[in-house]
Structures are given as structure tokens and as C-alpha cells.
Write a protein that binds this ligand. Sequence first.
Ligand code: SF4
Length: 55
Amino acid sequence: MQTSESEAKYKYCPLLKTSDDKMKMCQGSMCMMWRWADDLKEAGYCGLAGTVRGR
Ligand code: SF4
């Protein structure tokens, strides 16, 4: 799923948890798994979810 980085920060990360076991939000480009979908860096996706298929 492609999204802007600002929107990604409102979506849950499947890996990150707080110390009291609650899910944390995506860290966007602060995370090594984040991938940009375009050269303008207007959209990206979590690299853990696989390659982009369609839009
Ligand atoms: S890009 Fe990083 S922080 Fe965001 S959902 Fe993927 S693993 Fe989690």
C-alpha cells in the first residue's frame, strides 16, 4: 500500500510495540524498511510488505 509519509505515521507498524505491548505507528523514512515509491518522495510504503503491485 502506497501512502504519503505523513499518512503512514497514522498507520500501525506490524513490528513496533510500546513497553506496555501496544502497537506503535509507522516511523516513515526514519525506519530502514521504508521505501520511496517515486523520486519526488511524495509516496512510499513499508518494505516489509513486499514490492509494489499496481497502485
Ligand atoms: S516502514 Fe518501518 S516503521 Fe513503518 S511499518 Fe514498516 S517496519 Fe514499521
